[in-house]
Design a protein around this ligand. Structure first.
Ligand code: SF4
Length: 288
């Protein structure tokens, strides 16, 4: 057995150990066997405004609040529930060495490429869209699902919303090589509909495995689909902003999806406010 083969087996063993650890901590329904497979932020800145895992939730830690919380931008929803980061139970497992993370992610990617858990999505996709970026990223962005361009290219956030995300990153003195970007579901929902709850549940374990390998310090949910999935809540997105939710070993925050900003110019200042706060917490100094 060559060295590369030996390393792959080692990475697989480590990943399997972590998956077993996840299961022991209450993670249910591994979908497959472990052997098979962005804006003009410049002007916004100058404005200076701004699951089939129904496990009972452990008492959620109180989210850290921004010193000056943003004004609620949504009407309180009587049916809303308080964010319950039930999927954050426990902490990360032992981190993989940085050099082993790309291979570990590729093991998961191979699982994703062969996944057909969602009949409609699997049959209509051009390809799966796993995620891109730095396997040791300090910050991970979680989006919703692939759109037409993402389905065509296999990379998340490459359309108009992707270009806007790149501008947001640029305004934060970051680029795609420094962060990791992934989606809640890895296959494009037809007609750009929101992914169904069942599809999000089907794909959940891939997302969780990705995060377990990367073990970011910060997670930024882009849009309500990602936020509600990660926090298991029906709380309106506007009420989840301005807080950090403990999520395993990371601090999770919520802001608007770039696609929403394309339709709602006024929300850009809210995202810039969120990103400035995040950068401050990350120790990234933004130019004045
Ligand atoms: S969306 Fe996820 S779970 Fe569903 S078929 Fe695609 S990879 Fe599998």
């Amino acid at each position: 057995m060559g060295n590369s083969e030996t390393n792959e087996v080692d990475v697989r063993k480590l990943l399997v150990q972590q998956l077993e650890s996840l299961e022991q901590s209450g993670l249910a329904d591994l979908p497959v066997g472990t052997d098979s497979p962005d804006f003009q932020f410049a002007h916004a800145a100058s404005e200076e405004v701004r699951a089939t895992s129904p496990q009972p939730a452990t008492a959620p830690p109180e989210p850290a609040q921004r010193p000056t919380p943003a004004a609620p931008s949504a009407t309180p929803d009587a049916a809303a529930t308080t964010p319950q980061p039930m999927r954050n139970s426990g902490q990360w497992g032992s981190p993989l060495p940085a050099d082993d993370r790309p291979a570990a992610l590729e093991v998961i990617n191979n699982l994703v490429r062969n996944c057909k858990l969602c009949d409609e999505l699997a049959s209509k996709r051009t390809q799966t869209v796993f995620g891109v970026g730095n396997p040791s990223a300090k910050l991970v962005f979680v989006g919703e699902g692939p759109g037409a361009e993402e389905d065509r290219t296999g990379e998340p956030f490459v359309g108009a919303a992707g270009k806007l995300l790149d501008k947001i990153l640029g305004a934060c003195k970051l680029d795609r090589s420094q962060v990791y970007i992934l989606n809640t579901v890895k296959c494009r929902p037809p007609m750009n509909r929101n992914p169904a709850d069942r599809e999000i549940r089907n794909c959940w374990n891939y997302l969780e495995k990705q995060l377990e390998v990367i073990q970011p310090q910060f997670i930024c949910c882009l849009g309500s689909v990602a936020a509600k999935s990660m926090l298991q809540t029906t709380e309106p997105l506007g009420r989840m902003r301005g807080k950090f939710f403990p999520w395993k070993g990371a601090q999770l925050m919520v802001t608007y999806h770039p696609a929403y900003l394309l339709r709602n110019e006024g929300a850009k200042r809210h995202v810039w406010e969120d990103m400035k706060w995040l950068m401050q917490e990350m120790g990234v100094e933004l130019s004045k």
